[in-house]
Design a protein around this ligand. Structure first.
Ligand SMILES: NC(=O)c1ccc[n+]([C@@H]2O[C@H](COP(=O)([O-])OP(=O)(O)OC[C@H]3O[C@@H](n4cnc5c(N)ncnc54)[C@H](OP(=O)(O)O)[C@@H]3O)[C@@H](O)[C@H]2O)c1
Length: 251
């Protein structure tokens, strides 16, 4: 069977899978939401922008004759993942999610789990401290209720609007980051507390390891729920899934 893949991207895993798919001679398209100014160059054709909800995604997959959907979005891109489950059920397109396992606390970690960004904001209703806030630029406005803190912001692109808290420092960097660098960064900015999404994977873990080394507390935002779906944790597992579904991958 000749495959025509739709790869929902925006992560290092999506790029790694697109590379493997291109190397195996598979056809497909890599899709970005358009949140970052310069998405990573892909080895397959790419498209940018939303599909228009579940109906839009169903129509897109029908128009483009998509044979398989690989959801390699970030674990916090829950709306896209929910839409993918619903659209694939409707269009009868096989779906697999290429996901990272969530981080688990280890000895020495001082995590407070919160279920979502709103609860992370509520947990910061306390006297001023110095915070490394690693939640992405889309969510900065939600932290407006606690302008008493210093916020160190590390973002892929500069924020379009000034953050709604006066005391902040913006670092523009795409990562991946190292524990040594993040230790130095936390020292330099005299960080007291880290706020992080439980993204999983290695690229964003440096700040978690650095917080542990410094004995700093972490407010860990747990992952949003997505409906049950088939999941893989490596590019090789997705390739196996394709092979088992009858896609010709050569040797
Ligand atoms: N959330 C994070 O922390 C985070 C971190 C790193 C990277 N990212 C990446 O940034 C992108 C957006 O994340 P988000 O949290 O804003 O998503 P989201 O809230 O789940 O998605 C909102 C809407 O954006 C569109 N969209 C999302 N991902 C898309 C994709 N890969 N291709 C085409 N349209 C997409 C869809 O619009 P329609 O309904 O119109 O189709 C979706 O309904 C994703 O590609 C994700 O992998 C997110």
């Amino acid at each position: 069977m000749r495959a025509n893949l739709l790869i929902l991207a925006g992560t290092t895993e999506a790029t790694a899978f697109a590379n493997a798919a291109a190397k195996a001679g598979l056809a497909g398209m890599v899709s970005f939401a358009g949140r970052v100014e310069r998405p990573k160059r892909q080895p397959l054709p790419q498209r940018i922008g939303g599909f228009g909800g579940v109906d839009g995604l169903v129509a897109h997959m029908r128009d483009e004759q998509i044979t398989h959907l690989i959801d390699a979005t970030h674990p916090f891109a829950a709306q896209m993942s929910r839409n993918a489950v619903a659209a694939c059920a409707e269009a009868r397109v096989p779906l697999i999610a290429l996901t990272r396992k969530p981080w688990a606390a280890q000895a020495g970690d001082r995590w407070t789990h919160v279920p979502d960004i709103a609860e992370a904001v509520a947990a910061l209703d306390q006297p001023a401290v110095r915070i490394m806030l690693a939640v992405g630029r889309m969510h900065l406005a939600e932290f407006a209720p606690n302008p008493q803190h210093f916020y160190l912001l590390r973002l892929v692109d500069p924020p379009k609007d000034l953050p709604p808290f006066p005391d902040h420092h913006v670092l523009v960097s795409r990562g991946p980051f190292t524990e040594t660098d993040d230790l130095a960064l936390m020292h330099e900015h005299r960080i007291d507390l880290v706020v992080s999404k439980n993204a999983g994977g290695s690229g964003a873990y440096a700040k978690i390891a650095a917080a542990r080394a410094l004995g700093l507390p972490v407010i860990m935002i747990d992952r949003p729920a997505v409906p049950d779906r088939q999941e893989a944790h490596s590019v090789a597992q997705v390739m196996d899934w394709l092979r088992h579904s009858g896609v010709d991958l050569g040797v």
